[in-house]
Design a protein around this ligand. Structure first.
Ligand code: IPD
Ligand code: CA
Ligand code: CA
Length: 268
C-alpha cells in the first residue's frame, strides 16, 4: 500500500472523527437520554451514540462507498475494496452521560484480512475527544500525532514507577475477574488510572501521560485506532489470549514485557 494512501485515509478518519465529535459536543449541552442498556444494566447507550455512528456511516457511504464498516452500535457492513472502517462512535459513554471529559470518537481503517477483526492490519486512525478538543492520529509507517504534533519514543520508566491505565467490562462476572487481576498489578506499580475511554488511554500512553495500559475484554472498536497511535509513536501493543477475552497491553517494549509477566501469573 502506498504511503500516500495511508495518509489520505488518516485525513478521512480525522475528518469524520471531528464531524461526529461536533455532534457529540453539541449534544452535551442538553439532557442526554439513555436509549438502552446493552451487555448489562450499567452498559449504557444513548441516542447520541446512535446518531454519531449513523453520521459516520452516512459520510463513509459518500466518501468511501466501496469500503466496509464495523461499528459498535450497528454492526458490520461489507464492502468490495478490502478495507473496513472500525468505529466506536462514543468510547466512554458513561463519562459522556455524566459530563466527564474522557470520551472520544474512535475511527480506524483496516485491511479486512480474515474473520478476526483483532488481527486486521490497521492502516490509519483518528481518536478525537470533543470535550477536551484533543485529536490523535496515525498512519501506518508515517507516524503518530497529537493535535498535529509528531509523537516519538514512548518514554520508558520502570514498572514500579509506572502510572498504569486500565478499565473494566460491564458484567459482574467479568468485573470480579478483573478485580482479581488488579490485586496483582496495583502493588507493583506507581498507581492505577481508570479514566473511562480505552481509546484515549492508548493515546495517552503514546503521549507519555500514562506509562502503560492494560485491559481485558476490549472490543476491536475500543482499541483499533489507539493501538495504531501507540505503535506509530514507537510503543508496543501486545494481545495476551484470543478474541474478546484477550488482554491488550500497551506501552514501551520493556514495560509491556514486565507487565505481561505479572498478568501471566494471574490470568486464567
Ligand atoms: C468502554 C470504554 C472503557 C473500557 C470499557 C469499554 P464504551 O467503551 O472504553 O474505558 O473500560 O471496556 O467498553 O462502552 O464506553 O464504548
Ligand atoms: Ca468503547
Ligand atoms: Ca461506545
Amino acid at each position: 500500500m502506498s504511503q500516500d494512501r495511508a495518509v489520505e485515509l488518516m485525513a478521512v478518519a480525522e475528518q469524520l472523527a471531528r464531524e461526529a465529535g461536533d455532534l457529540v459536543r453539541e449534544a452535551t449541552s442538553g439532557a442526554v437520554a439513555v436509549a438502552a442498556t446493552k451487555s448489562s444494566g450499567v452498559d449504557l447507550v444513548t441516542e447520541v451514540d446512535q446518531a454519531a455512528e449513523a453520521l459516520i456511516r452516512r459520510r463513509l457511504a459518500e466518501l468511501r462507498p466501496d469500503d466496509g464498516m464495523l461499528g459498535e452500535e450497528d454492526g458490520q457492513s461489507t464492502g468490495t475494496s478490502g478495507l473496513t472502517w472500525v468505529v466506536d462512535p462514543i468510547d466512554g459513554t458513561t463519562n459522556f452521560v455524566y459530563g466527564l471529559p474522557y470520551h472520544s470518537v474512535s475511527i480506524a481503517v483496516a485491511r479486512h484480512d480474515g474473520q478476526d477483526p483483532y488481527a486486521w492490519p490497521v492502516l490509519a486512525a483518528a481518536v478525537h475527544a470533543p470535550a477536551q478538543q484533543r485529536t490523535w492520529t496515525a498512519a501506518l509507517g508515517e507516524g503518530a500525532f497529537a493535535d498535529g504534533r509528531r509523537l516519538e519514543n514512548v518514554p520508558a520508566t520502570s514498572l514500579g514507577t509506572s502510572l498504569v491505565g486500565t478499565g473494566f467490562a460491564y458484567t459482574a462476572e467479568r468485573r470480579s475477574g478483573q478485580a482479581q487481576v488488579l490485586t496483582a498489578v496495583l502493588p507493583r506499580v506507581r498507581d492505577i488510572r481508570r479514566l473511562g475511554s480505552a481509546a484515549v488511554d492508548l493515546c495517552l500512553v503514546a503521549e507519555g501521560q500514562l506509562d502503560l495500559f492494560y485491559e481485558q475484554y476490549l472490543n476491536p472498536w475500543d482499541m483499533a485506532a489507539g493501538a495504531l497511535v501507540v505503535r506509530e509513536a514507537g510503543g508496543v501493543v501486545r494481545r495476551l489470549g484470543e478474541g474478546e477475552a484477550g488482554f491488550t497491553v500497551a506501552g514501551p517494549a520493556q514495560l509491556v514485557e514486565e507487565l505481561t509477566t505479572v498478568l501471566d501469573g494471574v490470568r486464567s
